[in-house]
Design a protein around this ligand. Sequence first.
Ligand code: GRF
Length: 214
Amino acid sequence: MSFRPDSTSSLVSPSISNGSFSGGSPVKLGIMASGNGSNFEVVAQAIADGLLNAQIQVLIYNNPSAKAAARAANRGIEAVLLNHRDYKSREEFDTQIVQTLQQYNVELVIMAGWMRLVTSVLIDAFPDKIINIHPSLLPSFKGTRAVEQALAAGVKITGCTVHIACLEMDSGPIIMQAAVPILPDDTPETLHARIQIQEHRILPQAIALLGSRE
Ligand code: GRF
């Protein structure tokens, strides 16, 4: 059993379909998270439920207090703390990330709430194999305050995007998006909570879409 892009809901739109891995074994994932880790959790749960043919090799987190680390521990998933404050440059930090991902034989990298800019060191090590989830309908509202920006702009619909990461922040080919209406009384918190419901739907689907083996 596996996720299929859900195009019956008009609010979800997949735009890439390429199974670029060979063989039928689970795709080996490396997940990078900085904070809460709810997206990490839904991917782990989708795998546990047999809905996603993948395996989480390692969680990399950069904040010692990231709740994502506790979530990994609860599930018996290996977690590695790489604290960006311990490195002299972004490149040096990314070099350590790449080494860790390679050490765990990661094939597909998921930035699930990774709140650091990445460099070519990481992007070039996994060409077209790094995906990011962002809480807006890209290319609108890039950056860390996407939800607040959507509210401030007065748009009536926002949403979330899963895309292939490239050097430019919150850019790169879009894999899947889901739309979320903005309600008159929305605060950043209420809106983000509804966006996250959609993130949790589309992230496992997008991984299935990109990571499906031919
Ligand atoms: C999500 O809204 C994601 O789009 C953004 O950071 C948030 C991470 O949430 N990049 P969580 O840590 O997975 O709960």
